[in-house]
Ligand binder design. Sequence first.
Ligand SMILES: [Cu+2]
Length: 162
Amino acid sequence: MKKIFLFALVAMLLLSACGSADTGSADGEGIEAHDFWARAALKDGTGAAYMLLHNHSTEDDALIGASSDVATAVEIHLSKMGADGTMQMIPQESIALPAEGEVELKPGSYHIMMIGLVKDLNVGDEITVTLHFEKHEDITLTIPVMDAADMGGSGMDGHMNP
Ligand SMILES: [Cu+2]
């Protein structure tokens, strides 16, 4: 009995760890952000946020920026393996969101970089990040802070991660 209860509790925790924000209308229009999370990081350092962006509309769109009150600057980056075998980050002006397509922001690839954190981002905290799009209205997400090691992304962005 106790085992079953524990299993249910773990399942509940896992479910609650995954965010989803649908700003589209009931007929599945618009842009949706799924499975967003941010890596734990220290004050004055850099943090990163990841998510799946789904463009349900029949029009191409693009993520053109993001803002958050937890950092002095927020940029869109792409991590890429350089010729010398080290991970490099290249600032992006935008990420294309093709009509009826999806783009994954994940460790080792696209991410939202938060530079100059004004506070520690501890596992279990929640941060507010607003996404800006070329056409779609802003989407504001409440993003849970997770341990990157649990998300399969430790140290993959070329940052000095703890
Ligand atoms: Cu970065």
